[in-house]
Design a protein around this ligand. Structure first.
Ligand code: PLP
Length: 381
């Protein structure tokens, strides 16, 4: 069955469409926004749930050369897909698991004195010249060397020189709020740390910006930016119009439509009361597919889906495999069993669903399930 060109196979409930051309358009937009910096791509967590292989190949075809993953294991998966790209492992090396970096040509991010020790031992043992990124914490307080760590590192210039650091990085905490004073403060802290380290090593490359950071202006771009979310259509700032193209569509099938003509309730917890005659459609997707249950349990059903030019409100709770929508106000022929309903797409953005569910678009994407029929559009250019 189809709506437009979207088909949902008879043995599946919903189809997830990933528009690879939209991803590469978004990549090009960031390249234009950061004309003096290299643009890498964050593809951790299976490319934010969208599929590591298709996404990484499409980005590689339009010239992306550096890819960021969280774990070495994600790095080895990506190495099998892209034999020559630079792969940077953000979580860094663990003692006893450093060989994998050499065997798969993965570049570690060194996030702590302990990781520096581990990596220093590994390169001594293997006598191999490789490069590493060094992470300076400038206010995120999650990973990276803090002020005291940096003093200790600088106290041993020989070891610092031996690490093969190619790039210094830090991570912005508030880049999605362009006017936040933290942005300029982190940039300045980073600048000072960088000049002290470079006094030992000579000039290094530098990287600070994630997706929202790429939209903060030239000063934040440095040598390389590391966008993820914006490539996948998430707004760099919720306070401003979204310049990115939507990448993800979800179309789910209507299983049943029922007419309710006496007051009754819909779904678990009898949480939704139907007072007047209504038509309720039950569709084949739920929180097991990553559609947030909170889209209705918190907001009382203000989230909507879309059918042929009409927004239709969710009603009742999102359950594991099913969602109920109120189709009373649209023509009957638009909502019949077998027809498709847009849960995400050009009429329902990822950010909109996230806000209605009390979360962020990143989490909505990263949780998309494995039960969908997955279709990839484009990506050949
Ligand atoms: C995930 C991540 C990114 C990408 O962030 P987005 O906000 O998705 O663009 C960049 N840098 C680091 C260190 C990250 O962990």
């Amino acid at each position: 069955m189809t709506t437009g060109d979207i088909s949902i196979p008879g043995d599946a409930g919903a189809t997830l469409v990933v528009d690879l051309d939209a991803i590469t358009e978004n990549y090009k937009l960031i390249r234009e926004t950061c004309p003096n910096a290299a643009v890498g791509a964050s593809v951790k967590a299976n490319a934010y749930g969208l599929g590591l292989g298709p996404v990484a190949k499409a980005l590689s075809r339009v010239g992306c050369q550096s890819f960021f993953v969280a774990t070495p294991r994600e790095g080895t998966s990506l190495r099998k897909i892209l034999p020559t790209a630079q792969i940077i492992v953000l979580n860094g090396p663990a003692r006893g698991a450093t060989d994998i970096f050499f065997e798969f040509d993965l570049c570690p991010t060194l996030n702590s004195l302990e990781q520096i020790e581990t990596w220093h031992d590994a390169i001594k043992e293997r006598h191999e010249n490789t490069t590493a990124w060094l992470h300076i914490d400038t206010g995120m307080n999650r990973l990276g060397l803090n002020h005291n760590d940096l003093e200790r590192l600088l106290a041993d210039p020989e070891r610092l020189s031996e690490l093969g650091v190619s790039t210094l990085m830090s991570h912005l905490a508030c880049a999605d709020t362009p006017d936040h004073p933290m942005n300029a403060a982190q940039l300045e802290t980073f600048r000072v740390a960088r000049s002290r380290i470079e006094a030992v090593t000579g000039r290094l490359e530098a990287s600070l910006a994630n997706s929202p950071g790429a939209f903060l202006g030239d000063a934040f771009h440095l040598d390389q930016v590391r966008p993820g979310a914006a490539l996948y259509g998430i707004a760099p700032s919720l306070d401003r119009p979204n310049p990115m193209r939507q990448v993800v569509e979800i179309h789910a099938k209507i299983l049943q439509v029922r007419s309710v003509d006496t007051p009754m309730t819909v779904g678990y917890g009898a949480a939704h009361h139907v007072e007047k005659p209504a038509r309720i459609a039950t569709i084949a997707a739920g929180y097991a597919d990553g559609y947030p249950r909170a889209a209705t349990s918190k907001t009382g059903g203000t989230m909507h889906a879309h059918i042929a030019g009409h927004d239709v409100p969710l009603c009742g709770r999102v359950s594991m495999d099913l969602i109920t929508i109120d189709v009373s106000d649209i023509p009957e022929e638009l909502a019949r069993p077998g027809q498709a309903v847009e849960l995400l797409g050009s009429h329902v953005s990822v950010d909109e669903l996230a806000v209605a569910s009390g979360t962020i678009g990143y989490e909505v994407l990263a949780r998309l399930g494995s039960r969908f029929e997955r279709l990839y559009k484009g990506g050949q250019s």
